[in-house]
Design a protein around this ligand. Structure first.
Ligand SMILES: [Zn+2]
Length: 259
């Protein structure tokens, strides 16, 4: 199993990160993808896979972190991102994307400019994009008409769009992953979307420490919860989905078969 989106570097894991990581591997995970969210964290993230190759990292600027970054520093941060991606070690560009609620503090124009820069870096470094899109699907769809999905792919993390939109994103070449909400007893919208996604475009994630699955809903999520997401996927997509979500993640992140 591969957790394709886990904020294992988040402060909420500071007290017991090693124990959380060991529980995940004991639960059968072969890799955990940790997406970067802001510049100060990038150098430490790049060191992590050297210590443990089961940790896979992406580097990017999450739109929800933009309120804490000065717009005057955007160009410098993106130039640094280019340099760090050029050193190798990162397997993806992101987490990046568009966040509707954040437009109260960061205009959509700035979010779009930063996201376009991530597209350019993904093409330049031949890496896939890890995409956050919350209540900004019209803007993302418009962007995708001008910015093709990078050759290495684009993963819509914790997909929250409608099932009607799935077809358009599939045509654009997107992959999708799902987190805890597909396990909720009252889940409907994400299950409708999940049903519409071709098996070969599908992955799973915990989005830890957020979005804990049923029966842990409301508590801290951790990567060892991933089997619950896979069980939920299998209930909708059938037993062949169990192996497919892992094989898809290996292919997408270009990870070796486990020994
Ligand atoms: Zn995230």
């Amino acid at each position: 199993m591969i957790d394709t989106h886990c904020h294992l570097d988040a402060p909420r894991f500071d007290a017991d990160r090693e124990a959380v990581t060991q529980r995940a591997f004991a639960a059968g995970l072969e890799a955990i993808v940790v997406p970067g969210v802001e510049p100060t964290q990038w150098p430490a993230l790049l060191d992590w896979p050297r210590r443990d190759p089961r940790i896979v990292v992406g580097l990017g600027i999450h739109p929800q972190f933009l309120p804490d970054l000065s717009p005057a520093d955007d160009d410098r941060a993106l130039a640094e991102l280019d340099v760090l991606l050029g050193r190798g070690g990162a397997k993806a560009v992101g987490e990046c994307g568009l966040d509707g609620p954040t437009t109260e503090r960061v205009p959509m124009d700035r979010q779009l400019a930063i996201l376009r820069a991530h597209f350019a870096l993904a093409r330049k470094h031949r890496l896939p994009l890890l995409m956050h899109c919350l209540r900004a699907h019209p803007q993302l769809r418009t962007l995708l008409e001008e910015e093709p999905v990078p050759e290495a792919g684009l993963l819509m993390h914790s997909y929250s769009g409608s099932h009607e939109l799935v077809k358009r994103y599939v045509q654009a070449g997107c992959h999708f992953s799902f987190a805890g909400p597909i396990t909720f007893v009252d889940a409907r919208r994400p299950l409708d979307a999940l049903a519409a996604i071709p098996l070969e475009r599908l992955m799973v994630e915990t989005d830890a420490p957020d979005q804990a699955p049923h029966p842990h809903r409301g508590s801290r999520c951790e990567p060892a919860h991933l089997p619950l997401m896979i069980d939920a996927v299998v209930r909708v997509k059938g037993p062949e989905a169990r192996a497919a979500v892992t094989e898809n993640a290996r292919r997408f992140f270009r990870l070796p078969e486990p020994k």
